[in-house]
Design a protein around this ligand. Structure first.
Ligand code: UT7
Length: 339
């Protein structure tokens, strides 16, 4: 059965204005700028102000991606919206229908995807599949997070790492399989035996089974950093290699590696494992931290705005996150202006 090629035709991003420097965190946590920069590469991140939720950031990024694609935010602009997030506005309902409605996109399909830091790649795969299957001609894919709302203020390790933000892309059925911007391959994986390495213990149906009183600390995000580090390097390297092998690309042919911005040491290790020079790994975590599902589109927007991503460039995406989940994708860069 012939499948419809899928192209990336728009890119938008949004960061909440409040910038939190390492120095600001040092004022209330037992940490140092030196520890944060040497262990993670992060210098500052953005946190949403009180009352600002993930959906608010998603709407901003969605608007910008539509504009970048030359589309008005109106019914018919896209046929489906998929939102990747770990920090939905509410446990129920999903955030995406509200985002679609606020964007004025009409009564179209809209749903959330929960794959933590791999969420954007899972959402990209889902939206691409809708287009390939002929269920949609155009899709809006958003990654948006407000981790500042789930961080334990006393946990220095997670506080220094995570930031808030949103990024979005517009995907479209492509007219032929030679144009720039094509999503060429996506690989996804998971290992639920590692579920406790990254978790929010409370707030879900599992907690109901306990007889103890709900503990406020159970609502905070937790991460076993060291074990996650090793898994992140291995899984992102393997998944990326799978995509390279399937496409017949060599490391030399990859113009840009755009990895989940978790830690500069992780990104350098993945690049080294693949044989891609570190200079070809996109880095924006120094200014935004780890923004989970928003990480890859924010990195793409940053690299595109700097002029690093040029039309036709071969781009390899990869991510790893809670679940455990991971993935990689390859595309050629389109001739677009990010907003
Ligand atoms: O986004 C999903 C995927 N996430 C990731 O991929 C994150 C992966 N993990 C990491 O990036 C790193 O493991 C961290 C940045 C989280 C931690 O770096 P690390 O080099 O693995 O440090 P560590 O956990 O081994 O801790 C080393 C020391 C410990 O002290 P002791 O036991 O050696 O005395 C920690 O208590 O650093 C201490 N520490 C800190 N010190 C100052 C932990 N956090 C901090 C901090 N400031 N913020």
């Amino acid at each position: 059965m012939p499948t419809t090629p899928v192209a990336l035709v728009g890119l938008g991003s949004y960061l909440p204005p409040q910038r939190i420097t390492n120095e600001a965190l040092c004022e209330r946590l037992d940490t140092t700028d030196e520890w944060i920069t040497t262990r993670t590469g992060i210098r500052s991140r953005h946190w949403a102000g009180p009352g600002v939720a993930t959906g608010d950031l998603a709407v901003e990024a969605g608007h910008r991606a539509l504009k970048s694609a030359g589309l008005e935010a109106e019914p018919g602009a896209v046929d489906i919206v998929v939102l990747a997030t770990t920090t939905p506005d509410n446990p129920c309902p999903a955030t995406c229908p509200d985002v679609a409605a606020r964007l004025g996109l009409g009564p179209i399909a809209a749903y959330d995807i929960a794959a933590v830091c791999s969420g954007f790649l899972y959402a990209l795969a889902a939206a691409s599949a809708h287009i390939t299957a002929g269920q949609a001609r155009r899709a809006l894919v958003i990654g948006a997070e407000t981790y500042s709302t789930i961080l334990n203020p006393a946990d220095r390790t997670t506080n220094v790492i995570f930031g808030d933000g949103a990024g979005a892309v517009v995907l479209s059925a492509a007219s032929d399989d030679t144009e720039d911007g094509l999503v060429l391959d996506i690989d996804l994986g998971s290992d639920g035996t590692g579920r406790d390495l990254i978790t929010i213990p409370g707030g879900g149906s599992r907690q109901r089974a306990t007889t103890s009183a709900p503990d406020a600390d159970d609502r905070y995000f937790t991460m076993q950093g060291k074990q996650v580090f090793t898994q992140a390097v291995n899984r992102m390297t393997e998944s990326s290699q799978t995509v390279l092998d399937r496409l017949g690309w060599t490391a030399d042919q990859v113009d840009w590696l755009v990895g989940h911005q978790a830690n500069v040491r992780i990104l350098n290790s993945v690049a080294r494992g693949l044989g891609i020079p570190a200079e070809r790994a996109v880095i924006n975590l120094d200014r935004v931290g780890n923004t989970s599902a928003a990480s890859i589109p924010l990195a793409l927007a940053d690299a595109a705005a700097k002029g690093s991503l040029t039309p036709g460039a071969r781009v390899l995406l990869t991510a790893f996150g809670g679940g455990l989940t991971w993935g990689a994708a390859a595309l050629t860069w389109p001739d677009i202006v990010p907003v």
